[in-house]
Design a protein around this ligand. Structure first.
Ligand code: UFG
Length: 338
């Protein structure tokens, strides 16, 4: 099966390309490299032993999409391509609505035109906002998003649901990711944030590598075990494998279908626990300080993942320690390259 992977050169996309190949699918990347680097393709080649087909183009452009679908027999789509910086989305909401919502609409229309029915969509636990109870299950009510970025994920889920409800024969799933971290164990691919990282783990690895002076932990006065935020940190390779199982699940479906699945570990760790684990497993001392809370941060969230296990047959296998070792190995590999 040929699978179009939009945003396939990105962090989660590139790891998913590897797992698709491992499972016998043929991934075709569509990426405009607006937030990724072409060197990712070399990393993929080193892992897989051959080139992965990659089309350079913007998936928010119907003509680009049409030409991809016209020149390839596409059997299914994994739609990663999106902008994802929470802060930027507050400053430039139209960019986010245009790109994230616009590309999904164009993609669904083009899929319809070419008779392609199956899609796995990248959603986020951001749709739960600050939940009243944890762990969150898929039936935990969604809350109003606290950023335009988060709102695009909620809107995109609704677009997928309503398209299926309209009676169209399509099979869609939205995977609600918790916090992806880590890198491929070969250190050939990993996270490549442009500029100053806003996510925790790349900031940690860059600080440990001496590229940043110190990490600031955003608040230690929350009502949690040690006062820092709680997240469900999931190894990106486990997350990638969930896409393969979701596609296999959709392969069996013939009727119109839409559903959402939590993709996390089912376990919460505090920011401080993550920092301590990083130091311990990698034998490095991290320079950090406690700073003020970051506006808009969810206090604590982690996911119940029984539904993914029962229906998709998926479960996270890697530990936090493995993820943090892989992230650090990747950062060291990046340093060697320079
Ligand atoms: N953190 C720090 N210092 C930093 C960076 C982060 O203390 O320098 C803390 C944050 O306050 C938070 C935790 O580390 O408590 C995780 O922060 P990230 O920015 O790595 O991740 P978030 O949970 O804020 O955001 C992630 C994704 C978003 C998505 C959101 C909800 O990065 O794209 O989950 O789904 F919107």
């Amino acid at each position: 099966m040929n699978i179009l992977v939009t945003g396939g050169a990105g962090f989660i996309g590139s790891h998913t390309v590897v797992e698709l190949e491992n499972a016998g699918f043929r991934p075709i990347i569509l990426d405009d490299f607006s937030n990724s680097e072409k060197s990712v393709l070399d990393g993929l080649k080193n892992i897989l032993g051959h080139d992965v087909e990659c089309i350079e183009g913007n998936c928010n452009d119907t003509e680009v999409l049409r030409s991809v679908f016209a020149s390839h027999k596409i059997d299914g789509v994994i739609h990663f391509a999106a902008a994802k910086a929470v802060g930027e989305s507050v400053e430039n909401p139209l960019k986010y609505y245009d790109l994230n919502v616009g590309s999904l609409i164009k993609l669904i229309r083009t899929m319809e035109e070419f008779g392609v029915k199956k899609m796995v969509f990248s959603s986020s636990c951001t749709v739960y906002g600050e939940p009243d109870e944890i762990p969150v299950t898929e039936s935990t009510p969604r809350k109003p998003a606290n950023s335009p970025y988060g709102n695009t994920k909620t809107i995109c889920e609704d677009i997928l649901r309503d398209t299926v409800l309209s009676g169209r024969n399509a099979q869609f799933v939205a995977l609600r990711y918790f916090n992806p971290i880590g890198a491929h164990e070969t250190a050939e691919i990993g996270e490549l944030p442009s500029g100053v990282p806003s996510n925790l783990v790349p900031y940690i690895t860059q600080t440990a590598a001496g590229l940043r002076n110190e990490l600031t932990i955003f608040g230690d006065d929350y009502d949690t075990i040690d006062g820092t935020n709680i997240r469900d940190f999931i190894h990106v390779v486990d997350l990638a494998k969930a896409h393969v199982l979701a596609l296999k699940f959709l392969e069996e479906k013939e009727e119109a279908y839409y559903d959402v699945f939590n993709i996390g570990t089912g376990k919460g760790n505090s920011v401080k626990e993550l920092v301590d684990t990083f130091e311990e497993v990698n034998g490095v001392k991290l320079n950090y300080k406690i700073g003020p809370r970051r506006p808009g941060d969810t206090i604590k969230i982690y996911g119940d993942v029984n539904k993914s296990q029962d229906i998709l047959g998926w479960k996270a296998e890697k530990t936090l320690a493995e993820a943090l070792k892989d992230a650090w190995r990747w950062q060291q590999k990046l340093a060697e390259r320079k």
